[in-house]
Design a protein around this ligand. Structure first.
Ligand code: LMG
Ligand code: NDP
Ligand code: PMR
Length: 400
C-alpha cells in the first residue's frame, strides 16, 4: 500500500489508528484472566487511575480480592503478606536516555523496584540517573554493550554475581542510523542496527530467561520494546522504506555485508529499513518466547508501542532539519506525539501494572492514555517467520 499524500494533512491523519481494524480495548484481570462482567464496574475505576501510574499503589490486594475465584494460580495471600512483598528487580537496557531513563525513573519512584540500568556508557548512565533524581538505593548501573556478544555474556555473569534475583527484563535499547550510506557492524560483524536491537537482546533474553525462571516474584515479565513503524498495517508503517524481512536470506548469511547482504531480506543497505526490520524482529521474538516459554515458566512476554517520543536521542543521527520539524509534526499533525515522561509511565505500566499480565501481547495506548491490546501487521505476527527467525538467531548468537 502506498502512502496516500493526502494522509499527511490533519483531517485525514487525525484518524490515527494503529492496528486499525481489530484493535480493541480489552480488560484483562490479574494473570491474564478476563474480568467477568460483574466485576467490570470495580475495575473501571482502577482503569482510570492507570493513567496516573506513578501515584498508583500496586493494588495486589484489591485485585486479588476481585479475582480470587477465577485465578487459582494466585496464592490466597493474607493482606499482611502484601507488605512483605520484596522489592522487584528489573533490568532496563539503554536506561541512560529517552524512554529507558524515563521508565527507570517511573519505576524507582514507586519505591517498589530496584532498577538495574544496563548501559554501554557507565558514566553517562550515572549522570542521567542523578539528573532525573533517581535515589541511590533504587538503582545501580551495570555495563552492557549490546553490540558485542562478549559484553552481553559478561553482563549476565556480573549480574549473577550480584546475587539479585531477576524478576523483570526490559529490552529497550536501540540505535537508528537513517542517514548512514554504508553499514556499520557489531563486534562479531553483524549489521549494527539489527545486531544491537535484535541479536544483542536475543542473546540477553535467552541467557537471562534461566535467571527469571529461578525468581519467586509473583509476576515475572520479559518486555521487548516494539514500534508502529515496523507495522505495515499502520500509516506510519507505510512511510518508505517499509519493514520487510523477506525470506531472511541476508540474516541466514550472517548479515555481514561481505559474503552476504547487510540487510535481513538480502537487499541493499538502508539504515532506516534496518531499524524497522529490527523492530519487526523484536515483536516476532516476543511472540516466539511466549509460544515456547509462557506455559512452562508463567513469565509474561509483552511488547509495546509507547507512542512517538519525538524528542529522544533515537534521532541523533538524523539531519538537523528533521530533528527540528519532527516534534511539531508529530505533535500538531499526526497527534502521535508523547513526552518522554508519559512514555516512561506507559512502559512502567507494562512492567508493573497488575492488569497487564496477559502474555504474547503488543500494547498500545489511546488518546486518553489507556492501554489496549493492539494488532500487529501480517509480517510481525507471522508464526512461521518467528520460528525461522528464532532458529537463525540462535545460530548467529552461538546458542545452537
Ligand atoms: C526516508 O525518507 C529517508 O530517506 C531515510 O533516510 C529515513 O529517514 C526514512 O523512515 C525514515 O525516511 C522517507 C520520506 C518519506 O520522508 C521524507 O522525505 C519526508 C521527511 C519529512 C520529515 C517529517 C517532518 C515533516 C515536516 C512537516 C512540517 C510540518 C511542520 C510542523 C509545524 C506544525 C505547526 C502547526 O516520504 C514519503 O513518504 C512521501 C511523503 C512525502 C511527503 C513529504 C513532505 C513532507 C511534508 C510535510 C507535510 C506538511 C504539511 C503541512 C501542513 C501544514 C498545516 C499546518
Ligand atoms: P534513545 O536513543 O534516547 O535511547 C536508546 C538507548 O539505547 C540509549 O540509552 C543508548 O545508549 C542505548 N544503546 C544504544 N546502543 C546500545 C548498545 N550497543 N548497548 C547498550 N545500550 C545501547 O532512544 P529512545 O528512548 O527513543 O528508544 C528507546 C526504545 O524505544 C527503542 O527500542 C526504540 O526503538 C523504541 N521506540 C522509540 C520511539 C520514539 O519515538 N522515540 C517510538 C517507538 C519505539 P547511549 O545513551 O549510550 O547512547
Ligand atoms: Mg512517522 C499517523 C501517524 C504517524 C505516526 C504515529 C508516526 C510515528 N509517523 C506518522 C506519520 C508520518 N511519518 C508521515 C505521514 C510521514 C511522512 C511525512 C512520516 C515520516 C517519518 C519519518 C521521515 N516518520 C518517521 C520518520 C523517521 O525517520 C522516524 C522513523 O521512521 O524511524 C524509524 C519516524 C517515526 N514516525 C513515527 C515514529 C514513532 C517514528 C520513530 C521511529 C520508531 O521508533 O519507530
Amino acid at each position: 500500500m502506498a502512502l496516500h499524500t493526502a494522509s499527511i494533512f490533519p483531517s485525514t491523519v487525525s484518524i490515527y489508528k494503529e492496528g486499525t481494524s481489530n484493535s480493541s480495548l480489552k480488560e484483562t484481570g490479574f494473570f491474564g484472566v478476563s474480568v467477568s462482567s460483574n466485576l467490570k464496574a470495580e475495575f473501571s475505576s482502577s482503569q482510570v487511575s492507570r493513567k496516573n501510574f506513578r501515584n498508583k499503589e500496586l493494588s495486589f490486594v484489591t485485585i486479588r480480592a476481585q479475582t480470587a475465584t477465577t485465578t487459582p494460580a494466585i496464592k490466597q495471600a493474607a493482606p499482611e503478606e502484601k507488605k512483605t512483598l520484596r522489592k522487584g528487580n528489573v533490568i532496563v537496557t539503554g536506561a541512560s536516555s529517552g524512554l529507558g531513563l524515563a521508565t527507570a525513573k517511573a519505576l524507582a519512584e514507586t519505591g517498589k523496584w530496584h532498577v538495574i540500568m544496563a548501559c554501554r556508557n557507565f558514566l553517562k548512565a550515572e549522570k542521567a540517573a542523578k539528573s532525573v533524581g533517581i535515589l541511590k538505593e533504587n538503582y545501580n548501573v551495570m555495563h552492557l554493550d549490546l553490540a558485542s556478544f562478549d559484553s552481553v555474556r559478561q553482563f549476565v555473569d556480573n549480574f549473577r554475581r550480584s546475587g539479585r534475583p531477576l524478576d523483570v527484563l526490559v529490552c529497550n535499547a536501540a540505535v537508528y542510523l537513517p542517514t548512514a550510506k554504508e553499514p556499520s557492524f557489531t563486534a562479531e560483524g553483524f549489521e549494527l542496527s539489527v545486531g544491537t536491537n535484535h541479536l544483542g537482546h536475543f542473546l540477553l533474553s535467552r541467557l537471562l530467561l534461566e535467571d527469571m525462571k529461578q525468581s519467586d516474584y509473583p509476576s515475572k515479565r520479559l518486555i521487548i520494546v516494539g514500534s508502529i513503524t515496523g507495522n505495515t498495517n499502520t500509516l506510519a508503517g507505510n512511510v518508505p522504506p517499509k519493514a520487510n524481512l523477506g525470506d531472511l536470506r541476508g540474516l541466514s548469511g550472517g548479515l555481514n555485508g561481505l559474503n552476504s547482504s547487510s540487510m535481513i531480506d538480502g537487499g541493499e543497505f538502508d539504515g532506516a529499513k534496518a531499524y524497522k526490520d529490527s523492530k519487526v524482529c523484536n515483536m516476532l521474538t516476543m511472540q516466539e518466547l511466549h509460544r515456547r516459554f509462557h506455559e512452562e515458566t508463567g513469565i509474561t512476554f509483552a511488547s509495546l508501542y509507547p507512542g512517538c517520543i519525538a524528542t529522544t536521542g533515537l534521532f541523533r543521527e538524523h539531519i538537523p532539519l528533521f530533528r527540528l520539524l519532527f516534534p511539531p509534526f508529530q505533535k500538531y499533525i499526526t497527534k502521535g506525539y508523547v513526552s518522554e515522561e508519559e512514555a516512561g509511565q506507559r512502559l512502567a505500566q507494562v512492567v508493573s501494572d497488575p492488569h497487564l499480565t496477559k502474555s504474547g501481547v503488543y500494547w498500545s495506548w489511546n488518546k486518553n492514555s489507556s492501554s489496549f491490546e493492539n494488532q500487529l501487521s501480517k509480517e510481525a505476527s507471522d508464526a512461521e517467520k518467528a520460528r525461522k527467525l528464532w532458529e537463525i538467531s540462535e545460530k548467529l548468537v552461538g546458542l545452537a
